[in-house]
Design a protein around this ligand. Structure first.
Ligand code: ATP
Ligand code: MG
Length: 471
């Protein structure tokens, strides 16, 4: 249900409690004209009976009527108050009375006599505020569910290392820089850190630094005062302020201009700033998590990123390896996405055929987990059976053949060229190191037989203490 539905649609049910029948009927008619469903009663007891029977989005009541039957009965009932907005009206009232009514839980107080236009506007506003409150609670809850470490799938050594690191740093206030190619899960990790930290009850605010440039990004981050620049017709609260006591996630930080970097550095050092066009100093306590899919060290060398800012944001570095470097996670991820999309698309697809799993493991995945997720969504949508088989995934090959998804070369050839012999030696040594010098495992990784591996080791004259020990 959208705000508009609630404000003007059939969904809005209003109960009016007023003993002055002429005014009550006029008010009810005006509200019905705005498409609300309106019930009217003239005393608190009848109101109580109706409220116990059906639900209303809004109760417009004369204070004396509710007070007559113990107006606290209503405001004391959490169940009613959480779903019903209470707006009270009375003839003349002192400021103290109004304050007491509002403190007790009423959303607004309207003094009599009122104009119908004003009344309708105030009721709509009260309904909108309540709607946004519900929406916020719902979204916070949803995000809490989306950004959970449990949702981060992976059992490869590389991912286990990331988990171990995150477990140690999530509770601290340390600034974290998450690096990794596109689609490796940087945002998911940033959210999971926030929602598992002591700041979880406060906001997780995301700013995409690549989407906005200079003035706009600065106004987004720090806010602005009315008239700060042409077009700034209202004051704006920036993302830093919104993230106070929560977490500010600076996505694609490598795209920030040098001028904005200088301002950001000052805020990070001093934990205070001014809105654009303002002179009031605002203090903030926001944890900073940044992410970049660019190599920041390289951008620093090129002079496009400040080294001092890099050290500030990179107290802890979390690197998310590309999917092709943790191929063992591919079937796990694929199976979890199959379950998710099968449920969403109401299909009975449940498993991944081993041959299909191997096929997925061979793909290069330049778009990483996001690309795998999209690929599984497409496969689940198209598949007829309860299992995803290789033929459901052949479109991946097509993508490769068209050259859109050409695998990157494994390494770049230096200008002076490369000696094949040296290359082979270094390939074998590095693979052996990665396999803890177990020749059998290195042979599997290189796709050669154990016998050929043994021959190469002898030919290259390689030796390792481990082999001697095992003799
Ligand atoms: N390990 C994982 N387990 C489950 N889902 C994942 C994992 N990693 C990423 N995803 C999912 O893949 C998608 C892309 O992840 P995310 O947006 O966090 O990536 P990113 O690194 O921020 O990408 P980009 O650089 O393009 O912004 C999201 O839907 C996310 O939920
Ligand atoms: Mg992202």
């Amino acid at each position: 249900m959208g705000v508009e539905d609630l404000a003007v649609g059939q969904a809005g049910r209003i109960l009016i409690v007023d003993r002055k029948s002429r005014i009550r009927q006029e008010t009810a008619a005006a509200l019905r004209g705005l498409d609300y469903h309106v019930d009217e009663v003239d005393n608190g007891d009848q109101a109580r009976a109706l409220l116990n029977k059906s639900s209303y989005q809004l109760l417009l009541a004369e204070v004396s009527q509710l007070a007559g039957c113990g107006f606290e009965f209503l405001l004391g009932q959490e169940a009613i108050l959480s779903s019903t907005v209470v707006v009270l009206m009375a003839a003349a009232s002192s400021v103290d009375d109004v304050a007491a009514v509002m403190r007790a839980g009423a959303a607004d107080f309207i003094q009599r006599p009122y104009g119908l236009d004003e009344l309708c506007l105030r009721l709509e506003k009260a309904l909108k505020v309540r709607f946004y409150e519900h929406e916020l609670t719902y979204l916070r809850h949803e995000r809490n569910i989306i950004y959970r470490f449990e949702n981060f799938i992976g059992e490869s050594p590389a991912i286990k290392q990331v988990f171990a690191l995150l477990g140690r740093v999530a509770n601290s206030n340390a600034s974290i820089l998450i690096s990794g190619e596109t689609g490796t899960g940087k945002e998911l990790v940033a959210g999971a850190i926030h929602y598992s930290s002591p700041r979880a009850a406060k906001s997780f605010i995301k700013v995409n630094c690549a989407a906005l440039h200079d003035n706009l990004l600065e106004s987004e981050l720090f806010g602005h005062e009315k008239g700060a620049y042409t077009g700034a017709s209202r004051q704006r609260i920036g993302r830093f302020e919104q993230a106070d006591r929560g977490t500010l996630f600076l996505d694609e930080i490598g795209d920030m201009s040098l001028a904005t970097q200088a301002k950001l550095l000052r805020v990070l050092q001093e934990k205070e700033f001014e809105r654009l066009g303002g002179d009031k100093t605002i203090k903030v306590d926001a944890r900073i998590i940044s992410a970049s899919n660019k190599d920041l060290a390289k951008i620093i060398r090129e002079g496009d990123f400040r080294e001092d800012l890099f050290y500030r944001i990179n107290v802890i570095n979390v690197h998310l390896p590309p999917l092709r470097e943790r191929r063992e996670d591919i079937p796990l991820l694929a199976e979890s996405f199959i379950r998710k999309f099968a449920a969403d698309l109401k299909k009975n697809t449940a498993t991944l055929h081993p041959e299909a799993a191997r096929f997925l493991q061979q793909h290069h995945w330049p778009g990483n987990v996001r690309e795998l997720q999209n690929c599984i969504e497409r496969a689940v949508l198209m598949s007829d059976g309860s299992e995803i088989v290789k033929s459901d995934l052949l479109f991946l090959k097509g993508i490769c053949q068209e050259g859109e998804d050409e695998p990157d070369p494994l390494f770049a050839i230096p200008l002076q060229g490369l000696k094949l012999e040296e290359m082979e030696r270094s390939l074998i040594v590095e693979t052996l190191k990665a396999c803890n010098w177990v020749q059998k495992d290195a042979a599997v990784m290189l796709g050669i037989s154990k016998r050929v591996m043994n021959y190469k080791v002898k030919q290259l004259g390689l030796a390792n203490a481990r082999w001697l020990k095992n003799r």
